[in-house]
Ligand binder design. Structure first.
Ligand SMILES: Cc1cc2nc3c(=O)[nH]c(=O)nc-3n(C[C@H](O)[C@H](O)[C@H](O)COP(=O)(O)OP(=O)(O)OC[C@H]3O[C@@H](n4cnc5c(N)ncnc54)[C@H](O)[C@@H]3O)c2cc1C
Ligand code: FES
Length: 510
């Protein structure tokens, strides 16, 4: 057995570690509201607040605690600069759609700024320029083109040859007047505003089924604690928990890594991004004990690409290449979905559903996309056609023609297989797996996910993803089972951590 080298920094998100846990009550019994919002990340909290501000009765239903999902683990740059995106958007979607995307995201920066000011929210909100810099001479032309295209879309863009970081870049596209903040301090204040007789946040209330009720009846949202009937449902669960329109095939999961590092020097002024695969991102953290920078990157498709622990080590090496690092304070990791054509999906959930609206596929830029789409969803819930809806319409990409039956068959086969697996005993000796490690082991024609925790205890589940039958891979940094097909993640005991899967991996003996 090889011994695991400890990873640098505390295994926690800076945002979660510097705020108290919320304790909104769980829902108790049935209710009727105008709008039910499912999922309490930035999209859900923003949508619920917009609905409440418009005078609707609203419930926000969160399976765990709000703002602890991807939003609790972001790097929290608040900017309409999303790497080198606008040149590509104009190319793929045309100038009108690219302009709608730009306007939606620029308006989101201003909405956040306006709310911070109006409610006097102490969330470290500060204006900074954002830079996407060229990695080398080869990327200089692309960066220059991005500056020209973005400026043509009325964004505050210019090409600069002397950004404050890094010293050796041939140039960068700069967006003036962007921002950064502490996402939990901002969103927990917003969540407190969703209160009163007609507006409630419920935590520890997992939604298990959403039925649209057809054209005439209200929607029914089933939870473990009762049923909500609602005129509209807004699905903001990151990956939608109902997938009648094959979102799993229209977006892919991008997992990436963040370190908070203390520096021996003052950080450069600005937020920085290198648009390559893997990307590299850096932003300062105000009000930390010493000069602190968040660095991020080392992205890969979830469940693919080898040791995740090595990603942290590579990221630390990159941070040390760029900065005079005194210590690594925190490390964390999370994933976002990227739509295949780079614009999120916001609108009616499926071609045959009624009054159920979704927002997903923020592409690693959900602070602004999530804010913009929160507003759009709340407008859909009031029967309006929101600004920018054409560009974000989920129906702009047809689900694979003729693929439905094939996919359904696959799903059925997968379910049969896992049901069958659950009855199969795990025979023979426990395998030779080191603490903190996991392996997929084949025995008697079945595939088992076998991991050993730090106390030496073995955990065994099915290795067959409950979404569509792929075999999960061990994630040695987060100690989870990750699916390489569409990004579902499961705990060491098989509980769903991230969709599209909604069913746990069956455990040995179940
Ligand atoms: C490493 C990294 C860095 C990033 N940095 C930035 C950045 O600097 N700027 C930026 O703009 N974006 C950034 N992003 C992207 C951004 O963080 C995300 O797009 C955004 O947080 C997603 O928000 P969300 O509301 O969709 O999802 P989440 O925050 O995950 O919220 C979804 C919620 O739904 C709940 N839920 C799920 N299932 C159920 C159910 N059945 N019933 C009830 N509730 C349920 C979950 O518990 C969760 O709380 C980054 C992403 C990553 C991966
Ligand atoms: S996430 Fe689709 S098969 Fe696992």
């Amino acid at each position: 057995m090889t011994e695991r080298q400890p990873l640098p920094g505390k295994d926690a998100s800076l945002w979660l570690d510097t705020t108290d846990r919320t304790d909104f009550p769980a829902m108790d019994g049935d209710r009727h509201v105008d709008t039910a919002v499912v999922g309490g990340g930035i999209a859900g909290v923003t949508a619920a607040l917009h609905a409440a501000e418009a005078g609707q009765s609203v419930v926000l239903l969160e399976r765990d605690r709000i703002v602890e999902g991807v939003t609790g683990k972001t790097t929290a740059k608040v900017t309409a600069q999303h790497g080198l995106i606008y040149d590509d958007l104009v190319d793929k979607h045309g100038r009108d759609a690219a302009r709608q995307y730009a306007r939606a995201n620029a308006a989101a920066v201003e909405e956040i700024a306006e709310r911070v000011e109006r409610h006097d929210i102490d969330c470290g909100f500060e204006r900074l320029p954002a830079y996407t810099y060229a990695a080398d001479e080869d990327q200089r032309a692309a960066v220059g083109r991005e500056a020209t295209v973005a400026e043509g879309l009325d964004l505050p863009a210019e090409f600069v040859t002397d950004p404050p970081f890094p010293a050796d870049t041939p140039g960068a596209v700069k967006f003036a007047d962007q921002a950064q903040f502490h996402p939990r301090k901002y969103l927990l204040e917003l969540a407190d505003e969703i209160s009163g007789d007609e507006a409630h946040v419920f935590e520890q209330t997992k939604v298990t089924d959403v039925d649209d009720g057809g054209r005439d009846d209200p929607c029914r949202v089933k939870t473990e604690n009762g049923t909500v009937t609602a005129e509209s449902v807004l699905l903001t669960t990151h990956f939608p928990i109902e997938d009648p329109a094959f979102y799993f095939a229209r977006q892919y999961p991008k997992r990436s890594y963040v370190l908070a590092v203390e520096l021996a020097e003052e950080p450069p002024e600005g937020m920085f991004y290198r648009d390559q695969s893997p990307y590299f991102s850096a932003r300062p953290v105000p009000n930390a004990d010493g000069p602190t920078m968040l660095v991020g990157g080392q992205n890969h498709k979830t469940g693919q690409g080898g040791s995740t622990a090595d990603r942290y080590r590579k990221l630390e090496a990159q941070a040390r290449d760029h900065f005079d690092v005194e210590s690594v304070e925190y490390r964390w990791s999370t994933q976002d979905y990227v739509s295949v054509d780079k614009i999120p999906f916001v609108g009616e959930l499926g071609p045959t559903t009624h009054d159920v609206y979704v927002a997903t596929g923020f592409g690693g830029w959900g602070m602004t996309n999530g804010t913009a789409t929160g507003k759009m969803l709340a407008e859909y819930a009031r029967g309006k056609s929101p600004q920018w809806s054409d560009a974000f319409d989920p129906e702009r990409i047809d689900p694979e023609a003729g693929g439905k039956e094939f996919l359904k068959e696959n799903l059925d086969v997968g379910k049969e297989f896992t049901r069958d697996w659950a009855k199969a005993p795990f025979r023979g000796e426990d395998p030779n797996v080191a603490p903190g490690e996991g392996e997929v082991i084949r025995r008697g024609g079945k595939q088992y996910a076998v991991a050993r925790d730090d106390d030496g205890e073995i955990h065994v589940t099915s290795a067959v993803c409950t979404h569509m039958d792929c075999i999960v891979h061990w994630n040695d940094a987060e100690r989870s089972w990750d699916c390489p097909c569409h990004g579902s993640r499961f705990s060491i005991d098989g509980e769903v951590l991230d969709g599209p899967a909604v069913e746990d991996l069956p455990k040995r003996g179940e």
